[in-house]
Every structure is written in structure tokens, then in C-alpha cells.
Design a protein around this ligand. Sequence first.
Ligand code: E4P
Length: 227
Amino acid sequence: MRLFLDTAHIEEIREINRWGVLSGVTTNPTLVAKTHADVERVWKEILTEVDGDVSLETTEPEADAMYEQGLTLAAMGENAVVKVPMTPDGLRAGKRLVEDGIRINVTLVFSPAQAILAAEIGAYIVSPFIGRIDDAAADGMHALRQICEIYDVQGYETEVLAASLRHPMHVVEAALAGADIATMPYDVFTKLVKHPLTDKGLEAFNKDWENLQGELRGRPSDTQEGA
Ligand code: E4P
């Protein structure tokens, strides 16, 4: 499962990129708005920083304008993936973009029925929003498992991107469900690496190591050599 960051914050992207585990980035209008910076500059910086896929979202509601906007976004970089919403206009524009050879990510997907539509237009990625399904008192992970199973049974090649993930167990469960990609905010990404027993274990190793160094320093040098 590829790991993506769900952010438009370049410093967060740079930090996780340094870990060597970042395969892509997803952005949306809300995330870009949080940067309070020039949109094109933000997108370009991200496209340059990340080797993998970077999803840039269309904002035009009507199919023709959305298609034109999609062409512009796709031209911003070889790793650009154009996000279209799961609406009739999004499907129409998305299908035209796919026919032009552009990789699209169908976003705002909340049900297996919608995921079938995304696959049928040949989307590169479908993004079910797990956390937001949970927010609506339904089972986001169940929907994700159904989507993965349907894609498997039907042989759809569209990649399933588990989105709106809120905590590390969402990531683990998405991997178990067979998601191709998981995208998550910076705070969830940084929690993946954390475990109290890792911290405790490292503290003990460091302490024992320092004690040994102290012990060796206190010994006559010939004993050190013989040890
Ligand atoms: C995915 O592409 C979306 O940007 C994102 O995962 C939405 O997550 P949220 O529900 O935390 O806003």
C-alpha cells in the first residue's frame, strides 16, 4: 500500500519525504486554502518536491469548464493527477480527461455504488472518504472493504485510495482491506512511527550504552584492550 500525505503544506511534505516513505500527496481546496498562499505556487512546489502522484482538485462545477480546468492542472506536471468530484458533471469531465490520457482521481466518494461509477469511467484512482463516512454514523471501513472486494471481483484496475483517515488504526485497517493507497494528514503520518515501547526501549539501550562507556573509561587501558 502506497502512503500519501493529505496536505498542501510544503514543510510537512518535505519532512515526511525525508523519511523515504512518501509515495504521493493529495490536496483539496480546503487544504490549499489553509496555506493562505498563491495556489499555483503551492501546487508547483508540491509537484517539484514529490516524485510520486500529486492530486490537484478541480473547482469548476460544470462539466465543460471542469474539463478545461483539468487539462490545465494536468499540464502542471507529469506527476499531476486531476481530481474530479463524484457528480454527474465530474463523471462527464472525468471521462473526457481519461480519454485524453489524463490520470484522474474521483473524489468525495462515500459508497460502493459511487466507486463502481468511478471505475467505469476508467479513473486512475477512486477516493472513498472513510472518516467522513464514520462521522455520518456509518461504517467507513466496511464501505472500503466492499469497494476493494468489488474491484477485485470485477477486475477493475482503478486504484483504491483510502482517504479521510483519522488515526493509525485506520491506516492498518485500510492495508488489511487491500487498499492500494492510504492518504493521511501529517499528524496521522507522524503517529505511525510512534510506539511507547520503542521510546522506552531506546532510552534503556542508550542508558546501558552510556553506562558501559563510563565503565570502560574508568578501567586501565590494558584491560580495555584485552576486553
Ligand atoms: C482526500 O483526498 C481528501 O483530501 C481528504 O482525505 C479529506 O479528508 P478529511 O475528511 O479529513 O477532510
